[in-house]
Design a protein around this ligand. Structure first.
Ligand code: B12
Ligand code: SF4
Length: 525
């Protein structure tokens, strides 16, 4: 246990808060877009900037976007600065060092990183925030002596209150949304209420992030290779799907910004950075039809010639023919729906409140109006052969309807979700620990699979995953043969229009870079 007391920060004038985003970790065959600008710490930095607090931001991915480094603790890679480079870049005046810890799969890396930071900054307060820090605060405080405080949930107000309290040497026990050690044991303050007036949240401090490096390479969360900027139009999600950590992280409060202010922000990025495309990072952007209609009409009213995408997965209820048509006309090009299963029994078990006939109607309309559409499917721990069969039929119907992409992934047990807690109670998951976190990395790797379903072995899961993908794409090429040429052309020219084209291109580029690196190393040896 660390004896470092988070409220004992020295009171000199020249103090700086340092915010860090660690590198993106991956296995060689990870099917994921990994290099996207970090909007979470950009928002936190915006809050510090508007409060007049001196800060520094180190985005380890953006600062070395072409650097790919093998990991020492597992068979994987890190894109971005090396650990030593990150530590060297931290301002020597930093008294509070905040690390964004989003992915549980990154914890083995982040744990080593905070140890290195602690060695160089023995007096600083090290703070962790983000999805992983929220879900695993107790575990982190019990196992990492270098971490002083975890910020749980939405971070802006909590970080500000924390910085002010640390510098004024006030007790942290009064600040909602924290976990820290008290008398050697993890102590949790009450949960913080979500920010009510989200239009008043300061805009992200993109000026502190090497945004041009992402833009020049056309990198982002969506499928476009245009100059893309991240955007958040809403926060939270009102649903409570059992496999999702969002209810614990964001509560079930969904709040949308004023559409006109969102469009103002888009215009500012067009003026400042020459943005051509916007990737919405929202959990569930489209909940209310009135909101999305107002947003689309505002873009059209201003005559903006832009594109935007909804890559995180959205609900279908509010997307009817009128909405799809307006989405396309206002610039939306790619959209992910997240039904997760084609089996009504599974949907009931995971509390995914989706009506499949209504969803298929929405998918048909979206494809008809020109949107590039993807659906996300998960193989759940309690799925039976019958559920897989129902999902298989649903997948074929999606192909027939004209969908462009599908993902079929085995369930990944992320802490913070209701289903995760149940599997732990039933003894179906290993305890939290290095092996467990490293195993999470393998989930996005298509060269192997893990199974949390007793009915399917890892080999069968892998067979299903590859089989579903092969059948979806071969049937969709059979129904629309011209797509083979369109997909190939877009991949070769690097002008992706669909999620599949984008992911395929990134995967090939990454594998080639890894091979080149290995060949160079062999040559050098
Ligand atoms: C955008 C996104 C991505 C982008 C990341 C872009 C980027 N560089 O930031 C990309 C596409 C790269 C991505 C990839 C993956 N993602 Co993702 N992603 C998201 C998504 C949809 C939005 C995140 C976001 O930006 N939210 C908006 C900002 C404002 O919120 P935020 O980052 O959480 O930050 C706030 C707070 O957390 C807090 N905070 C955050 N950091 C800090 C630091 C400090 C010091 C403090 C005080 C506070 C604080 O304050 C912020 C402001 O309120 C989330 C879902 C969600 N939670 O919203 C999933 C999510 C984070 N992703 C997830 C996963 C699993 C993945 C992948 C593993 C998927 C895959 N199989 O490939 C990969 C992993 C990539 C890797 N290995 O590096 C999971 C993580 C679960 C977990 N416990 O690990 C999430 C939660 C989705 C889910 N429920 O399954 N992802
Ligand atoms: S899976 Fe999607 S709809 Fe369900 S709770 Fe999570 S964010 Fe909301």
């Amino acid at each position: 246990m660390s004896n470092h007391d988070p409220s004992s920060v020295d009171g000199g004038a020249e103090r700086v808060v340092c915010l860090l985003k660690s590198p993106a970790l991956l296995k060689a065959f990870a099917l994921s877009t990994l290099t996207a600008p970090p909007i979470g710490i950009a928002y936190l930095a915006g809050t510090l900037r508007d409060a007049g607090i001196a800060f520094q931001l180190v985005d380890a991915v953006g600062e070395a976007i072409d650097q790919i480094v093998p990991l020492e603790f597992c068979d994987g890679y890190a894109i971005g600065l090396t650990m030593d480079e990150i530590v060297q870049r931290i301002d020597p005046r930093a008294d509070i060092i905040g690390l964004s810890c989003m992915f549980s799969s990154s914890w083995p890396y982040d744990r080593r990183l905070v140890d290195k930071i602690r060695a160089r900054f023995p007096e600083a307060t090290i703070v962790l925030g983000g999805e992983h820090a929220t879900a695993c605060a107790r575990y982190i405080l019990e196992t990492s002596v270098s971490v002083d405080v975890c910020v749980r949930g939405e971070g802006e107000e909590t970080l500000l209150a924390l910085v002010q309290a640390l510098r004024a040497r006030r007790d942290l026990g009064e600040i909602p949304g924290l976990a820290f050690r008290r008398e050697g044991k993890p102590h949790f303050t009450e949960s913080r209420k979500r920010i009510r007036d989200i239009d008043a949240i300061p805009v992200p401090a993109w000026e502190q992030i090497p945004i041009e490096k992402y833009m020049a390479k056309g990198l982002g969360h969506g499928s476009s290779s245009l100059r893309s900027m991240p955007l958040m139009a809403t926060r939270g999600c009102p649903y409570q799907c059992t496999f999702c950590s969002s209810p614990q992280m964001w509560t079930t409060r969904w709040v949308a910004r004023n559409p006109s202010k969102v469009v103002d922000e888009m215009q500012s990025y067009i003026d400042r950075y020459g943005a051509q495309n916007f990737d919405l990072y929202d959990l569930t952007a489209i909940i209310k039809k009135d909101w999305i209609v107002e947003f689309g009409r505002e873009i059209l009213r201003r005559g903006m010639k832009i594109e935007y995408q909804l890559p995180s997965g959205t609900r279908s209820e509010a997307i009817d023919e009128e909405v799809s048509e307006l989405l396309y006309r206002s610039g939306c090009r790619q959209m992910n729906y997240a039904p997760e299963s084609g089996s009504p029994a599974t949907l009931a078990r995971i509390k995914k409140k989706v009506k499949l006939p209504r969803l298929e109607q929405s998918l048909r309309g979206a494809c008809r109006h020109g949107l590039k559409v993807m659906v996300n499917i998960i193989l759940f721990p309690d799925d039976t052969g019958r559920d897989v069969w129902e999902t298989f039929k649903f997948m074929l119907r999606c192909s027939w309807l004209g969908l462009h992409d599908i993902t079929f992934v085995p369930y990944v047990p992320y802490p913070g979700a209701e289903l995760y807690d149940r599997l732990v109670r039933e003894g179906r998951l290993p305890p939290l620990g290095e092996d467990y976190f490293i195993s999470l990395l393998t989930h996005s790797d298509i060269s192997s699979a893990k199974s949390h379903n007793p009915r399917f072995s890892p080999r069968q899961v892998q067979f299903l995953r590859l089989g579903f993908l092969a059948l979806f794409y071969s049937s969709s090429y059979l129904f629309r043969p011209q797509r083979i040429f369109i997909n190939l052309r877009n991949v070769i020219r690097n002008t992706p229009a669909t999620r599949g084209e984008r992911t395929f291109r990134l995967l090939v580029e990454r594998v080639l870079r890894i091979l080149r690196r290995r060949l160079l190393q062999t040559g050098a040896a």
